[in-house]
Write a protein that binds this ligand. Structure first.
Ligand code: NAD
Length: 418
């Protein structure tokens, strides 16, 4: 559970953009050109529900930038999905792909729905209808969706199939995060959490904080959060608390993470985990720890709870979990923030590897994926850290400066203006 303050993620994305370009002194013309989404599509998704009713869902696909390559970004199924949220997530994807220097621009999609209360049949019909509605935008050479909150490899398989039916042949490269048997990449499922882990390793090296024995709190024990927790646990860190939408569990001596993952897979929740005590979302955020990993949704840490955070490192596995006001508070407390567009970029990086493998019809071993991912993440971390130290700016501004700077350079080189 989150103690979320209602806030508009798109306002946050624009504020972060402005802070970075002000520091960079970027030309006003370029700034206006790259700030806003290139394409925004809202679609009606009619679905026959199991009880015979037709329900109208609203869906979105936003392409923020195609300056550096095809647009890339996940699809979210959640009751709180709004067009502004999708625009924010698409914007962050652009800077994220540029930070890790992969040849993609940013996109995002979503449907406002409550997947937890929908049957597999309803989800499949909704996904296929949404895919038809966004068909004019997607394709391996122009816009490639992937999983995000409450979508998974099955969702991607339905999208791939719906798209392929319109072509008359299989097109695996239209989505990433697919099942392995349909052209997915080994290592994609755990890529985001693994990338989070690599950036935490680099941060610990930079801060001279031993990872072995470090205490960790994970807010949002889903794909990104649980994999990061597993790798941190294997590296000798002690994960003392974790949460999901059902509750928060705490054990000062460390949770048994493999068992917690097993329970989440079997029962769908962390609540009631043996050898743990239940705490509230506010208590979880305020726990004294070395590393806090917000891995749920946007705006989890905000002006009213940021001063309670007692972590040395905040690793943003989620997109936009800190509001700008929270950022300023944590900076004044000396907390080292690994910004989302760096921290969680492992997912899109391995999505890029998957797309490359699909295009080449040549597939890599798991260890090859891990090695390439570690190289990309640690190089990006070094690049961001260099700007942070040399320009004496926050790590978030540094990451944005790196990503925005690469997009601006591409605009200039292509001459994208009349
Ligand atoms: P997921 O659906 O696998 O997991 C989300 C988890 O958050 C679930 O366990 C859910 O119970 C929990 N959650 C939901 N509401 C919550 C609340 N109010 N309080 C606490 N926990 C709550 O999703 P995911 O793919 O792990 O994505 C999580 C975050 O990571 C999102 O911000 C997403 O955009 C970001 N992200 C994911 C990927 C990826 O490849 N999966 C890549 C980059 C960024």
């Amino acid at each position: 559970m989150l103690t979320t303050m209602a806030g508009n993620a798109y306002d946050v994305a624009l504020e972060n953009f402005d802070s970075a370009v002000d520091t960079m002194g970027l030309d006003n013309n370029i700034r206006e050109m790259i700030k806003y989404p290139e394409r925004v599509l809202t679609v009606t998704v009619p679905v026959r529900m199991d009880d015979g009713r037709i329900h109208r869902f609203e869906g979105y696909r936003v392409q923020h930038s195609m300056v550096r390559g095809p647009a890339k970004g996940g699809i979210r199924f959640h009751p709180q999905v709004t067009l502004d949220e999708v625009k924010a997530l698409a914007t962050w994807m652009t800077w994220k792909c540029a930070v890790v220097n992969i040849p993609f621009g940013g996109a995002k999609g979503g449907i406002t729905c409550d997947p937890k209360h929908m049957s597999p049949g309803e989800l499949e019909r909704m996904t296929r209808r949404y895919t038809s509605a966004i068909l004019p935008l997607i394709g391996p050479e122009r816009d490639i969706p992937a999983p995000d909150v409450y979508t998974n490899s099955q969702t991607m398989a339905w999208i791939m199939d719906t798209y392929s039916m319109t072509k008359g042949y299989p097109v695996p490269g239209v989505v990433t995060g697919k099942p392995i048997s349909l052209g997915g990449s080994l290592g994609r499922n755990e890529a985001t959490g693994r990338g989070v882990f690599y950036t935490i390793q680099s941060s610990c090296d930079h801060l001279r904080l031993p990872l072995k024995g470090a205490t960790v709190v994970v807010q949002g024990f889903g794909n990104a959060g649980s994999v990061a927790a597993q790798l941190l646990h294997e590296a000798g860190a002690k994960v003392i608390a974790a949460s999901d939408s059902t509750g928060c569990v705490y054990n000062k001596d460390g949770l048994d993470i493999p068992e917690l993952i097993h329970m989440k897979a079997c029962c769908g929740h962390v609540k009631g985990f043996p050898e743990s005590e239940a705490i509230t979302p506010s208590e979880l955020l305020a726990l004294e720890c070395d590393i806090l990993v917000p891995a749920a949704l946007e705006n989890a840490v905000h002006v009213e709870n940021a001063s309670c955070v007692r972590a040395k490192i905040v690793a943003e596995a989620a997109n936009g979990p800190l509001t700008p006001a929270a950022d300023r508070i944590l900076e004044s407390k000396g907390v080292f923030v690994i910004p989302d567009i760096l921290c969680n970029a492992g997912g899109v990086t391995v999505s890029y590897f998957e797309w490359v493998q699909d295009e080449q019809h040549l597939f890599w071993e798991t260890q090859d994926v891990y090695n390439h991912l570690e190289h990309v993440m640690k190089t990006a971390f070094r690049d961001v850290l260099k700007i942070h130290l040399e320009r004496k700016v926050s790590t978030r501004i540094a990451a944005n400066m790196l990503g925005i700077g690469r997009v601006a350079e591409a605009v200039l080189l292509r001459g994208i203006y009349p």
